[in-house]
Design a binder for this molecule. Sequence first.
Ligand SMILES: Nc1ncnc2c1ncn2[C@@H]1O[C@H](COP(=O)(O)OP(=O)(O)OP(=O)(O)O)[C@@H](O)[C@H]1O
Length: 228
Amino acid sequence: MNNAPALLLENVQLALGDGDARVTALDHVNLCVNAGEFVAIVGPSGSGKSSLLAIAGALSAPDAGRVEIAGQDVTRLSASKAARFRRENLGFVFQADNLTPSLTSAEQLQLAGRIAGRKDVPVDALLAAVDMSHRAGHRPGQLSGGERQRVGIARALALVPRLLLVDEPTAALDRARSHEVVELLAERAKVGGTAVVMVTHDRDVLGHCDRVLEMVDGRLSELEASAL
Ligand SMILES: Nc1ncnc2c1ncn2[C@@H]1O[C@H](COP(=O)(O)OP(=O)(O)OP(=O)(O)O)[C@@H](O)[C@H]1O
């Protein structure tokens, strides 16, 4: 179990929509990500990247194929078992931030830690790492989109998931901050042993990743360094 890949997708297939609008979102996707690996996924809009993250995060089930996370088959867990599995093993930083409106930035991190059974969340250090110490006492409604995104990243880093799934972390950030945030993710992979899968359009930050994969029309392939 401990030596199992953090994420294993085998021959994953997914179609979405009905009738004429039916599209192949994932077409025989295979992917293996080991603990401590930082993998980026690039590709055009509509190519299936979000669908891949949803399946890799046990948020939805494929039509066919197999999904294993840290050695456990999660392909067809019940909704309640999937929710529990996610809570115990996964971290998410998704575009539509899902911060709790009534909580301050610091409280978002504390709550995440409490839910995961961690009492020792280094809230101040994490907020400092995403340059948000000065907004520790602010609620999401008092923050900009980029600031909310950074709190979401700090919250994900408050936990030590086996697998961290990240959707466009730099979309609302300037260039310098983008590098800082992606460096934090890379460090979490190297030092914390978390496997990180990041969807991004930002080719600037790909140098921080161990591997870059490209999704085109639901098919996933490895990009050689010379193609970046
Ligand atoms: N609920 C849905 N019903 C029908 N088709 C859908 C649904 N969700 C997504 N699709 C289609 O599935 C395909 C893959 O979508 P997906 O959101 O995974 O792409 P993406 O690569 O993440 O795109 P983007 O970069 O724009 O976020 C697209 O053709 C999209 O139009």
